[in-house]
Design a protein around this ligand. Sequence first.
Ligand code: ADP
Length: 474
Amino acid sequence: QACHVLLGLTGARAVSVHFSDELGSLRQAYRHAEGGLNDPGSLEAEVSLVRRACEERTLVSAVAGGRGWLGAPLLRLGLDSATVLGAVALGYAQPSASDPERESALVAAARLLRDARVIQLALQRSRVQAEIFEQTADAVILTDLEGRVLSWNAASRELFGWSAAEAVGRGASFLVPESELPRARELAALARSEGRASFEAERLRKDGARVAVEGTLALMRDEHDEPFGMVGSFRDITKRKQVERMRTEFIALVTHELRTPLTAIYGFAETLFDLWDEVTAEQRRKYLRIMLDESKRLTDLVTDFLDITKLESGAVDTVVTEVDLEAVARRAADLFKLHPNRPRFAVEVAPGARKLWGDEEQLYRLLVNLCGNAAKYSPTGGTITIAAAADGADVRLSVADQGPGIAAQDLPRLFEKFFRASDTVARKTPGTGLGLTICKGIVENHKGRITIESAPGKGARFIATLPREALKTP
Ligand code: ADP
C-alpha cells in the first residue's frame, strides 16, 4: 500500500523495496512496475541502483537504457553508526532533472518503511526467542526477583511434571526439597551478586520423586542495567549419576575380585620363596599349580572386565553384516573339540533363521560363552544343542545342555556381575561370574533380550531373542 501511495505521489512507473537479511544480502521484498519497466535491463539497472544506495547511504539517482532511477537507503541511525536495513527504488520511463519534491517524498517513504522494518524485525526476533525458549531441551524457568514463576517452557513440564498453568505465579521454591532450601537460597543470592550460579542438585517432581539436575541461575537486567528477574535452566542428569554410581560400584567390585587371586598368588609365592627347602617337591608342584590357576583367573577377569566396560559404555566396535548363524554355531562348537568334558554338539538352525544382521564376532563370543558354561557345568557330559528358530521378526538363538540345571532362586540373579550359583558344581568349577553379563551386553547391543529356562536336574536353556534386522542399515 505504501508503495502505491508513493507511485501516486511521485509519478513513478516502477517501485521496489529491498531488505537486507541477517547476513547483509539484499532481497527484494516488493516490486511493482508498469509502462515497459519490466524488462531485464530495467531490473538490472534498478538492482545496481539499490546496491549503490545501500553502499553510499544516501539518495542516489541513475540513468540507464533511457530510463531514470531514484533510490534511497532505509537507514537506522544509532548513536555512532548507521545500519542499512535495505533500500527503496523508483523508476521513470524517462530520465528527468532532479526534483526536490519527489526526492523528499522518497526520503519520507524510506523512513516509514524503515520504521515498519524495525518493528517487523523486532517481532520476528521475539518470535524466534519464544520458539527457542519453548523448544529447548533444557527446562527453562523465568522468575521475577521475588522468585515467582513468570514463564515455564515445555521441557520444564516434561522434567518436573507441572503444566505452565500450574506453575506460573507460584514461588519457585515449590521445586526445592525441604533439605535443599538453605542451599537454594544461597545459590539465588550468589546469582544476584555474581550474575550467575551453576550447580548440581536435586529438585522435586510433581509426583513427589526427586530428580537429579544440573542447573544454572542467571540474573536478567533491563536496558538500564537494573535487575528484573532470574532465568533458571535445568537439565536431567539422572542417567549420568546412575552411570557414575555404577562405575564406582564396579570399581569396588573389581578391586575385591582381583584381590582374591592376587592374595593367593602372593601368599604361595612368598611361601615358596621363604621355605623352598622345607617344602616337599609335591607341595611345590601343588603351590605352583594354584599360582598358575589363579593367574589364569586373573587374566580371565581382566579380559572380561574390559569387555563389560566396553559393552556398557557403548565403546565396543560393532561391525554389522548379514551373519550366517549356522556357520557361527559350527565355529563355536568346533572350539570345544578338545574340551575335557568332551561335549557332543547338535546344531539345529532352521532355514528361516539362518541370517541375522549383527556383529559376527560378538555373536560368536555369545555362543562360545554359553557353550562354555554348558560344557563346564555338565561334568557328566550330554549333548549341547545350539539352535536357531524364526519367531516373527526375531530369531531365537539358544544353547541347551543336559547338565544339573539352575535352582529357581538363582535364576533372577544369573546375569548380575560376579554372580555364581551357590550349588556345589558351580562352586567347584572355575569362573568369573561375568560370562553371562557379557552375553547380556552382547544381546542388548543387538537390541534383543536373553532369558533362561531351567530346573534343577533338567539342564539349562539360554535363549537370546534377537530382532533379525534391527542393526541393518538401509
Ligand atoms: P561363570 O561361569 O564364570 O561363573 P557366568 O556369568 O557365565 O559366570 O555364569 C554365572 C553362573 O550361572 C555360573 O556360576 C553358574 O552358577 C550358572 N550357570 C551358567 N550357565 C550354566 C549352565 N549351563 N548350567 C548350570 N549353571 C549355569
